[in-house]
Design a protein around this ligand. Sequence first.
Ligand SMILES: [Zn+2]
Length: 251
Amino acid sequence: MNPYETFVTDVARIFRQANDYPLGGFPAPARSQPAPDAPRALIFAPHPDDEVIIGGLPLRLLRERKWNVINVAVTQGSNRARQPQRWKELEACCNHIGFTLRRTRPNGLEGINLRNRKTNPQEWNQAVDCLARILSEEAPRVIFFPHDDDWNSTHIGTHHLVVDALGQLGRAFSCEAVETEFWGAMDTPNLLVEVAANWSEGRAVRRRLFSSARSTACADGRTGNWSRCWTTAGSSRARMTWSLFLRPNQR
Ligand SMILES: [Zn+2]
C-alpha cells in the first residue's frame, strides 16, 4: 500500500478542520512579567503578524530565559484605511503571546522599500533615524529582522532600514543580530530552532495559513560576519544552542 495517499488525505482533513477553528478569543497563557533588567530582544516586523510568523526563537527567549521581547511595528501595512484596525489586532496578538509592542510612529512607517530608499532619501533617512533611536533607547541584546532576499519589498526594505540604522549607530552599539526568513528562502541558513507544538498561541491568535512557517536567521553583528540560520515551527531537528546568547561577558 502506498502510505502517501493516507498522508495527503490526513493533511487535507486537518486543514479543513482548522478552517472552522475560532478566530482568537482564547484565554491568554499564564506568565510572569519580565524583570525590569531582563535582556531585551527586538523584533523589527515589516507588517503586523510577522512578529509571530518568525517568532519561534523570540518566544523561546521569552519563555525559557524570561527575556523582554519587544515587537517594533515597522509598518502597519500599506492600506491606510486598515492601519488603525491592524494596530488593534497587533495589540491583541502581542498581549496574548507576551511580546511588548512598540510603535515607530502613529500608523507606522511607510515606503519601506529599496525604491524609496533610492528615490526619496529624506523620507528614508527619517525612518532610519526612527529605528536608530529605538535601538539606542532599548539597547537590545539581540535583534530580529528579515534577511536581504526575503522576496517581499517591505521585508527587504526593513532589512536595509535596520542595517542603515545600525550603521548610523556605529561601533558604540553592539548586539546579536538574527536575520529572519518568511517569504524568500535563505541560501545559507545555519540554525534550526525547535518550537514545541503547544506553543502555537501566536499562530492561533492570528490564524493565518502560515502554520508551517519557517523562519529566522542569525548574524554576528559584532564582527560584521553575517551568518544565517533558519527555524521551523515544530521541527524536531533543533541545532541551536543557547551559547550564542549566553556568552560569559553578556551575563
Ligand atoms: Zn510581512
